[in-house]
Write a protein that binds this ligand. Structure first.
Ligand SMILES: [Zn+2]
Length: 276
């Protein structure tokens, strides 16, 4: 049980209130403080340190040196853990907006939510499906891996890419019961046979049809298949449409994803998603 008030990490950008006085320039973006990726401090009114409810963890680095970050909401020792991945393909940005809305929400008691806006920051920066080496990071996993050509180039071998290795190691450590991986543009929730209730809740909350996602001949080495074949938890692919509105993503998809997870985990109580 945590009683204290969560103190968020210091902002990485500082309002330049002295701009008119010439004391600072709008072109200067202050570097992130050294402790920006350390766990934030849980204030407990001067008592002993308690478990933190917020953490920013750098789980790896992209080929071009960009950080891959995971944001934790909720205590680390919660009974139910879930991971939401905003994007693995850099040209599919809808899930990033959902992930950002979720990471800015409040922790839910008894529940750990890890949010990763992207594991492909190079692709996101360039607007490409693949990482900086042209590898489709959702074809680079060791489950049923096969050599595939562009645009699904699967790399030279399973886990050839630092981004997929970083997420693999993260998932193996966290072992979430639920993983939601956002994509576009097929407007559907992929069927995950083990937990039909979870996909049904996602389908209802996100207003997306459940569908067996068929990608003829190129569904090799995917993250969700890898996770589902090795762990007790369930990883689900959620495809938004081509152009979902920001209002839908932040106002419906973000809280709806959380409700679907909580409903399936049978976490009860006064769970609410602030913000969003
Ligand atoms: Zn995708």
């Amino acid at each position: 049980m945590t009683r204290g008030r969560a103190v968020r990490a210091a902002p990485t950008a500082v309002a330049c209130t002295a701009l008119l006085l010439g004391a600072c320039s709008p072109d200067l973006t202050p570097a992130a403080p050294r402790n920006a990726e350390q766990p934030t401090i849980q204030s407990s009114g001067g008592g002993r340190p308690e478990e933190t409810l917020h953490e920013v963890r750098r789980i790896g680095t992209s080929l071009r040196g960009r950080p891959i970050r995971a944001y934790r909401l909720g205590g680390q020792r919660a009974a139910v853990r879930a991971v939401v991945l905003g994007s693995i393909h850099g040209d599919e940005r809808a899930g990033v907006a959902v992930a950002r809305a979720l990471k800015d929400g409040k922790p839910v008691p008894g529940f750990t939510l890890w949010v990763l806006p992207t594991i492909n920051p190079d692709g996101l920066a360039r607007g490409t499906r693949t990482n900086a080496r042209g590898v489709d990071l959702n074809r680079n996993w060791r489950h049923d891996w096969a050599p595939l050509a562009s645009p699904y180039y699967s790399g030279t071998r399973p886990f050839s890419e630092p981004e997929s290795r970083a997420f693999r190691d993260f998932l193996a450590r966290v072992r979430p019961r639920f993983v939601v991986s956002f994509h576009q543009p097929f407007a559907s929730v992929g069927l995950a046979g083990e937990r039909p209730g979870f996909t049904a809740r996602l389908s209802q909350e996100l207003d997306l049809r459940r569908k067996r996602l068929i990608c003829t001949g190129v569904c090799h080495g995917t993250m969700t298949d890898w996770y589902n074949s090795r762990f007790a938890g369930t990883a689900v692919t959620v495809e938004f449409g081509a152009h979902p509105s920001r209002r839908y993503l932040r106002g419906q998809a973000a809280p709806g994803t959380l409700r679907a997870i909580l409903g399936s985990a049978r976490v009860t109580g006064r769970a609410t998603l602030a913000g969003g």
